[in-house]
Design a protein around this ligand. Structure first.
Ligand SMILES: Cc1cc2nc3c(=O)[nH]c(=O)nc-3n(C[C@H](O)[C@H](O)[C@H](O)COP(=O)(O)O)c2cc1C
Length: 179
């Protein structure tokens, strides 16, 4: 039995939902999970004491939660001693266009380069849209991204979800295989 950290950054809760799903999969394999919101971490947060770590961040206007990037970078040494995995949540991952796939790769590479994290597995999952929860400017930005990647643009709809949960299961299983 290992003690696994799942550290995530979220603005509107979808990355938390993915993190919780991963936690359930890994928990079923008999491991203990601690979920920590990286953009609101406990003051004394440290990676020491964990046998493995999964990090997830979401993209808004082309960037990850900077507070999570800084937190992970600060814990780089401890993270280098345990197996880790990284997932990125964004709308661009919904697209199958080559230019969008490149964009998704660059989101992942940006996080890994900044933090120095060397995950055994890294990937991106398509996220969700909750237009009525965004302010005017954010709704406009989200709609622009949605139009670009072929996602839904009816801003009156409460919730669109694009995540491939089978891919999330595979990611979790692959990580479990490495610990
Ligand atoms: C204001 C706004 C800006 C966004 N910008 C991007 C973006 O630049 N690229 C992208 O791929 N997805 C973008 N998205 C989609 C989010 O990544 C997606 O909604 C994700 O599920 C958010 O995760 P969270 O709920 O954990 O914050 C944006 C969403 C919002 C609301």
């Amino acid at each position: 039995m290992s003690k696994i950290l799942i550290l995530y950054g979220t603005d509107y809760g979808h990355t938390r939902k993915v993190a919780q799903h991963i936690a359930e999969v890994i928990n079923e394999r008999g491991h203990v999970i601690e979920l920590v919101q990286g953009n609101k971490p406990p003051r004394d947060f440290t990676v020491y004491g964990f046998d493995g770590a999964i990090i997830g961040t979401s993209i808004h206007m082309g960037v990850h939660q900077i507070s999570v990037k800084k937190l992970v970078k600060a814990q780089k040494e401890a993270l280098s001693k345990i197996p880790s995995a990284y997932f990125c949540i964004c709308l661009t991952a919904y697209s199958s266009k080559a230019e969008d796939k490149k964009q998704v790769e660059s989101f992942i590479n940006d996080f890994l380069k900044y933090t120095g994290l060397k995950p055994v597995v890294s990937t991106a999952f398509a996220g969700a849209l909750r237009y009525p929860h965004y302010n005017f400017a954010r709704r406009y930005m989200a709609k622009l991204v949605a139009r670009k990647v072929g996602a839904d643009t009816d801003t009156k709809q409460e919730h669109y979800e694009y995540t491939d949960w089978n891919a999330v299961n595979r990611f979790a299983e692959e990580f479990v295989g490495s610990i």
